[in-house]
Design a protein. Structure first.
Lengths: 289, 569
């Protein structure tokens, strides 16, 4: 059996040229480069160096133009075809076939949640997190701005060690930064939930709603002192963990109730991007896969 | 094994004989002339790489001078003024006259071969670009002689490779040293822009029959993205250098804070170039790894479309992160938050790439030859470099560590641990194609292990004095700071790396003269450069090749199991 590539190579070989045109070697680009360099070097040495550079640059440019106009200068290199032996592999090539889920480790997702479910879940969980955090702020400090300033204050450069009164009053920069941080985090973690929940065994909402927030809270508890010591001093870790769990449970629930889609991983990129519609795979292609 | 031979694109026969006869009969002067006037992409590629290796040795010697100076506290191995010049020239040399030319050299040599064509889109522009880059370096080093200027002050530039204003104003930088720095980078910038235009035009306009965009080797895709970044990023740098020259000679006030100018504007201009520049260099490193890892894992690259998308994504995101170098300048909170998030965002497409390289290796039949050893070193070290990059992207953390040796360690992890390791991997992989001879494997392993040990002794430890508060660019330090032992370990690591590079240089010279003959395809690879002789003839391919898949040479070698769809008959 021969491949199309081999047949096309053979066909072209019979029409091989006896000589090949290649661009002729030329000194003009070099002379232009020398000229421009001298032009600049003259600025810090002597004006005559620049003058010499201008002359050489003009000569280089004219010479270059004459190389390509009216017709590009070529040199002819004679060629006689010779075969280069490329070893054909006789070995059988092993391909990884689709494994049955019970037969091996290579279990790949055949269905997935839609991306939109992750986004919706992220924002729903983010809303619940805001509510829980605000309950803490209002009950403990009688202000809806306390938790906002605590989160957003990390990015306010001039805000050093604000008092509790400062944290309880509205601050535009901290408010905007808190919105950016919270929105981005909710969005990205929501996407992560959408991607990960299908591959978590058995109880995805429990794992995503309890265990993941517990791990995340533990990680932050151990590192926040380095990243933001002020935040670390003022945070209530029980409420923080509760708000994370609230986020996880709600985000997981929203993602799960949106339902699953069949994975498109076997179709071409252009179909997945929506540029082309899907068409049935050829029999040969399926066999090879 | 079913042996056999089939006509492949590189068949050349008597043409090679003719070329060989001409070369044999030529005097050394004629031979030299043929290189000086060449427009052949392969010769220009080789000249780029040799030029860069020469400056690698020069920049390496400058690094060793820095490390000797810092070996002891209160040391005076060189004067403070000389130290400033040495670290300025080291940084400028390594970025502009080692890393950039060497990646341009690889691209020049390999891109037309991989695309199955006979030359770059604009061969004469290619020659012009090389010479401009080369003369930029010579102009910079001429400053050691000419930098004194009319005032009798100065020598080589001493303002750091970032050359912050107002240090570059005439009041603080007398003589011509800073002018040489600015003019040399303008000259080499023309070369960089010309090379980038050529890469893009070649990839989009010069592919062989059947080589669709999504059949191009990932190597070519990465160079397209990197070249796009060069066009966008080098232009602001060139503009800033012109503005600086106007400030210094025509009474301009762009960066003169005493006359209404702004030093911060210079910082913005420089880093709008400076951070994408990291990606200009690391994307070609990715390109090399994309070729080496599959061949030595005996598997096709995992996730080709995702790799293309991630590369383009990195290109776009990298244009919006520059001000993470400027957190301590005092930007607004909104700006800080934006640049923290945008910097962290780069981790996503970069993570995709690392996962895909590991997935390519996973289950493969890995051959740990020297190119693969360097590629694995790249993977580990680039991951660590990325993690310290994420640490530095956190503004409060950055405020503590900015301008410390932690930052130096981080970016040397990127430049040496990732980019230089990938380049060494590429040298060992394509040296047989360029010279027709294999690099010595035993010396290669010595080179790798010494370099990897020296690298980690040097740059792992270098993070610690940074955390302890040692500032960058510092001339010397007092003995009671607790930095002495750490600096001595770092210096020992630098010396070990110097030995490793000396082994590489010896290996290249020795193997080029007496190495084992390589043949056209010593690694059993799959892209088109291995379908022609080693070294390739001037015209690359006597017959224009045809690509029917992403691995055209695989299709020829495996007629019963090609990547392309099987056809009847």
């Amino acid at each position: 059996m021969s491949t199309g590539a081999q047949r096309e190579h053979s066909a072209t070989a019979s029409q091989a040229e006896n000589a090949i045109h290649l661009p002729a070697p030329t000194q003009w680009p070099l002379i232009l480069a020398v000229g421009l360099t001298l032009l600049f070097a003259g600025l810090v040495t002597n004006v005559m160096i620049s003058a010499l550079g201008v002359v050489m640059a003009v000569c280089g440019a004219v010479g270059w133009f004459r190389q390509v106009l009216p017709q590009e200068a070529h040199e002819m290199l004679p060629v006689t075809l010779e075969e280069i032996a490329i070893e054909r592999e006789g070995r059988r090539v092993t391909r990884v076939e689709h494994l049955h889920p019970v037969a091996g480790r290579a279990i790949t997702g055949i269905s997935t949640y839609p991306i939109s479910s992750g986004i919706k879940g992220g924002f729903a969980g983010g809303t619940v997190m805001i509510l829980l955090a605000e309950i803490y702020g209002v009950v403990r400090f009688h202000s809806i701005w306390y938790v906002v300033n605590l989160l957003g204050g990390a990015g306010v450069a001039g805000w050093n060690a604000p008092t509790e009164h400062d944290l309880g009053t509205f601050h535009l920069a901290a408010f905007l930064i808190a919105i950016v941080i919270h929105t981005a985090s909710s969005f990205l973690v929501g996407l992560l939930y959408g991607a990960l929940l299908p591959i978590l065994p058995r109880h995805p909402i429990v794992l995503g709603g309890l265990i993941a927030p517990a791990l995340w809270t533990g990680l932050l508890h151990s590192t926040l002192g380095l990243l933001n010591p002020y935040f670390d001093d003022h945070i209530n870790w029980y409420w923080f963990a509760l708000s994370q769990v609230g986020y996880g449970l709600v985000a997981g629930w929203v993602v799960a109730r949106e339902g699953r889609l069949k994975s498109l991983r076997d179709v071409p990129l252009s179909v997945r991007l929506g540029v082309e519609t899907a068409e049935p795979l050829k029999h040969d292609d399926e066999g090879r896969r | 094994m079913a042996g056999g031979s089939i006509p492949v694109p590189g068949g050349l026969g008597s043409a090679a004989d003719v070329a060989a006869t001409e070369a044999d009969g030529a005097t050394w002067l004629e031979h030299l002339h043929s290189w000086v006037v060449t427009v052949d992409h392969k010769k220009l590629g080789v000249m780029y790489v040799l030029y860069a290796l020469l400056f690698l040795v020069v920049g390496g010697i400058e690094a060793l001078i820095i490390r000797i100076q810092l070996f002891f506290p209160d040391n005076h191995f060189v004067s403070a003024e000389t130290f400033n010049r040495v670290f300025t020239m080291h940084g400028t040399t390594m970025i502009f006259f080692v890393a950039m030319p060497i990646v341009f050299g690889f691209g020049n040599y390999l891109m037309p071969l991989m695309l199955g064509v006979r030359d770059m889109a604009f061969p004469r522009l290619n020659a012009f670009s090389f010479w401009m880059s080369a003369f930029g370096g010579l102009l910079l080093y001429y400053s050691f002689i000419g930098g004194v200027g009319l005032q009798g002050a100065g020598s080589a530039p001493d303002v750091g490779w970032w050359a912050y204003a107002p240090l570059t104003s005439r009041a603080f930088s007398r003589g011509h040293s800073t002018d040489y720095w600015a003019l040399a980078l303008i000259v080499s910038g023309f070369g960089s822009i010309g090379a980038a235009i050529n890469f893009i035009a070649t990839a989009f306009c010069m592919r062989c029959k059947g080589m669709t965009l999504f059949r191009m080797p990932l190597f070519v895709w990465l160079y397209v993205v990197s070249s796009g970044l060069v066009l966008v990023a080098v232009s602001p740098l060139t503009a800033a250098q012109v503005m600086l020259t106007i400030d210094r000679y025509l009474g301009g006030h762009f960066f003169d804070t005493q006359a209404g100018g702004s030093a911060v504007v210079w910082a913005h201009f420089f880093w709008i170039f400076g951070h994408p520049e990291v990606y200009v260099l690391v994307l070609p490193a990715f390109a090399i790894i994309n070729e080496v890892v599959p061949v030595f894992s005996r598997k096709a690259i995992f996730g080709y479309p995702a790799m293309v998308a991630a590369s383009v994504g990195i290109g776009f995101v990298s244009l919006g992160v520059w001000a993470h170098h400027m957190f301590t300048i005092g930007m607004t909170s909104i700006s800080n938050a934006f640049f923290v998030l945008s910097t962290m965002l780069v981790g996503i497409p970069t993570g995709i790439k690392i996962f895909n390289w590991i997935a390519t290796m996973w289950g493969g039949k890995i051959r740990y030859r020297t190119p693969m050893l360097f590629a694995v070193g790249f993977l580990v070290q680039f991951l660590i470099a990325g993690l310290t990059g994420i640490i530095l992207s956190v503004a409060p953390f950055n405020w503590q560590l900015h301008n410390s040796y932690f930052v130096i360690a981080h970016f040397h992890y990127v430049i040496v641990g990732a980019i230089l390791f990938a380049i060494f991997s590429g040298i060992y992989y394509w040296f047989p194609k360029v010279t027709g001879r294999m690099l010595d494997e035993r010396l290669g392993k010595w080179n790798f292990w010494l370099f990897v040990i020296g690298f980690h002794v040097c740059f792992d430890v270098m993070h610690i004095p940074g955390v302890l508060g040692m500032p960058r660019s510092i001339y010397t330090y007092e003995a009671d700071r607790g930095w002495t032992g750490l600096n001595q370990i770092v210096s020992v690591g630098a010396i070990i790396q110097g030995i490793a590079i000396a082994i590489l240089v010896y290996n290249m010279i020795h193997s080029a003269l007496k190495g084992q003959e390589a043949g056209p395809d010593p690694w059993d690879a799959w892209t088109l450069e291995w379908a022609t002789n080693s070294p390739p003839p001037p015209y690359n391919f006597a017959i224009e090749p045809v690509a029917r898949s992403r691995r055209p040479l695989w299709d020829l070698k495996h007629p019963n199991d090609p990547d392309e769809p099987l056809e009847e008959g």
